[in-house]
Design a binder for this molecule. Structure first.
Ligand SMILES: Nc1ncnc2c1ncn2[C@@H]1O[C@H](COP(=O)(O)OP(=O)(O)OP(=O)(O)O)[C@@H](O)[C@H]1O
Length: 306
């Protein structure tokens, strides 16, 4: 669906992006990961033509983006920024109605879609009449996402979308975002420098350094089959946590009923149930309760020993 071919972009004499190519399939979530200044944002902005490459081509659905008018192109690509990008002198409702207005939606449809997204993003409808400054950072970020989703673009670009939030808000909001049905269907490219975030959110991760791609692959591939010492070293400090986030319970226990839950997520559930004193057998949201933390850890360690 998105194909970047041999992109090069210089600023003066320094090369921000140095001949990179990658593909993102429809519905996939690709994370651009790397330390500050490695070229992630420049790469992202070449997709919606906020930055033009010096050479190379971006295709969306096989069409060279340079053949499309930038404004028209961007209406079909949601864009979420770290600083939410809301206009301070517009109310929340006015902010999220901007693109629908450009597309000449009628007011009733705009209101209906806004209400739907407010509900999905756990936003209080009363916030619609407020100005962005009156909202918390988490609320502003939700509104920023609602705005980018209003006209249901098939592609979403997110640049450090949780970067301005405190750690606890950040962790809970990214979990919500990951589970959001509107995002599951979309082709998403997200920039982050946070390794844990990349492993939680990404179907595949594109690890960059100094304008180049060091490796693209699933979290598991990067962790267990690093292409170089650079890649292995990049994840060294957080390795155990990342392994727990990248391995599925079903890989350890083939009969496990929830095929998509990671060992990390299941451990969090088990700990939460332990703390809240819930009766696990009555918790219908957990499809298979037959394994406890000790069982999970010993299956994980057997898996690692191979
Ligand atoms: N408009 C610009 N003018 C000059 N240099 C720029 C410009 N934009 C980016 N650069 C330089 O290009 C390089 C890559 O920047 P880019 O913002 O893409 O990196 P990044 O990986 O997104 O970093 P960060 O996580 O800090 O945002 C950096 O050295 C940066 O200083």
């Amino acid at each position: 669906m998105i194909k970047a071919e041999n992109l090069i972009r210089k600023f003066g004499s320094s090369i921000a992006v140095n001949d990179i190519s990658f593909e993102v399939k429809e519905g996939e979530n690709l994370i651009l990961l790397g330390t500050s200044g490695c070229g992630k944002t420049t790469t992202l902005r070449m997709i919606n033509r906020l930055i033009e490459p010096d050479s190379g081509t971006v295709f969306i659905d096989g069409i060279d983006v340079r053949t499309r008018q930038p404004e028209e192109l961007r209406r079909g690509i949601g864009y979420v920024l770290q600083s939410h990008g809301l206009f301070p002198h517009y109310t929340v409702a006015e902010n999220i109605a901007i693109v629908p207005q450009l597309l000449k939606w009628n007011k009733a449809d705009t209101r209906k879609r806004a209400e739907e997204l407010f509900h999905k993003l756990n936003l209080d409808p009363a916030l619609a009449g407020q100005y962005p400054a009156a909202l918390s950072g988490g609320q502003q970020q939700r509104v920023g996402l609602a705005r980018s989703l209003m006209v249901n673009p098939p592609v979403l670009l997110m640049d450090e979308p949780f970067g301005a939030l405190d750690n606890l808000t950040r962790i809970s909001i990214r979990k919500e975002f990951k589970a959001l049905d509107e995002l599951v269907k979309k082709t998403v490219i997200m920039v982050t420098h946070d390794v844990q975030e990349a492993f939680e959110m990404g179907d595949r991760i594109c690890l960059m350094d100094k304008g180049e791609i060091k490796q693209i692959g699933t979290p598991e591939e990067l962790l267990f089959h690093p292409a170089s010492d650079f890649v292995a070293d990049f994840f060294k400090e957080q390795r155990l946590q990342l392994e727990l986030k990248s391995v599925l319970v079903a890989e350890l226990l083939p009969g496990y009923s929830d095929r998509n839950i990671t060992v990390w997520e299941r451990m969090e559930q088990l700990l939460h149930e332990g703390h809240s004193g819930e009766n696990r057998l009555n918790n219908e949201s957990v499809p298979d309760n037959s394994v406890d933390i000790e069982g999970l850890m010993s299956a994980f360690s057997a898996y690692k020993k191979g």
